[in-house]
Design a protein around this ligand. Sequence first.
Ligand SMILES: [Zn+2]
Ligand SMILES: [Zn+2]
Ligand SMILES: [Zn+2]
Ligand SMILES: [Zn+2]
Length: 318
Amino acid sequence: MQDIKITYSEDLNGNLVHIDSAIKGSRYICPTCRKIMSVRISRLQIGEKYFRRPHYAHQKNSNCSPETVLHNLFKTKVAEYIQTKIDNKNNINFSWDCEYCKDTHSGNLIKKINSVKLEYYLGECTPDIALFDKDNNIIAVIEVVVTHKPEEKTLLYYKEHNIILIQIDLASFDDIDNLEVRLLKPNIVTLCVNPKCTKCGCPKLKLELNIISANCYRCHKEMKVASIYNSRYEIGHVYPESFLPSELELARQSGVIIKQSYSKTKHKSYNANVCPHCNAFIGSYFLFEDYIVPSVYGDYDHVTLNAGYTCLCDRDFT
Ligand SMILES: [Zn+2]
Ligand SMILES: [Zn+2]
Ligand SMILES: [Zn+2]
Ligand SMILES: [Zn+2]
């Protein structure tokens, strides 16, 4: 963490004053520790050696750190911002990169939220901001991270109690000026909005079927091959041997020939892409090396079809 410079303090009337509006000789106090701050405005110009951005500074031997001031100020202002939006019946349309399904989701942050509380004690932990529904159930928490990420036991508590964690990582006081931007695209949101699997309860994954227009490795005539990719799968690619019936159907409708074929290396029969001209059978290794990789590099055209939502537990990877 680089040296954080404080750019906000309060005047004696309790108004926050940005350093650019500060008047030398006036008195300003730290919004966190309530002690007098000094105004540091460099006489040097930007770019000159020893130039430092104008900032407020604590007196010597203060034990109040700029990180703490940033953390407190940001969370207070975010809570105020959210409460104002609730009071005015506005939406807060935010979006996030889902860690579970790897898609980007979006939604109204305060759709079900009725009230906001700072530092709400939950026994195991005290989230920076807690968001409650109209029945006073805690729905989500916002953790503002300057130096300390939430502890493992805190994350576990949220998970076990179905509390959505929204994490915003801060780097400097510029984040105060960009509060709305930071809130509308948090660093982490532990919510996947995909439909849930009725068997295992996990969110399903939205998959795309790739149909690659290629040439048969054996007869070199045109053929189509099918595969599925989703970064959520550890193996990344799903080959016809693990396709669901609906995916086999979709591939066949697109002109792909998929047949049960016997593999001498695997000592079993399984579904694979087959050349319509010479009946050559493409096992998963060659499907990847000779068809998927070239299509990624643009050597082969491919189209992607929506294969719908499916769950990991639906699929047989053996
Ligand atoms: Zn302070
Ligand atoms: Zn998701
Ligand atoms: Zn499932
Ligand atoms: Zn062929």
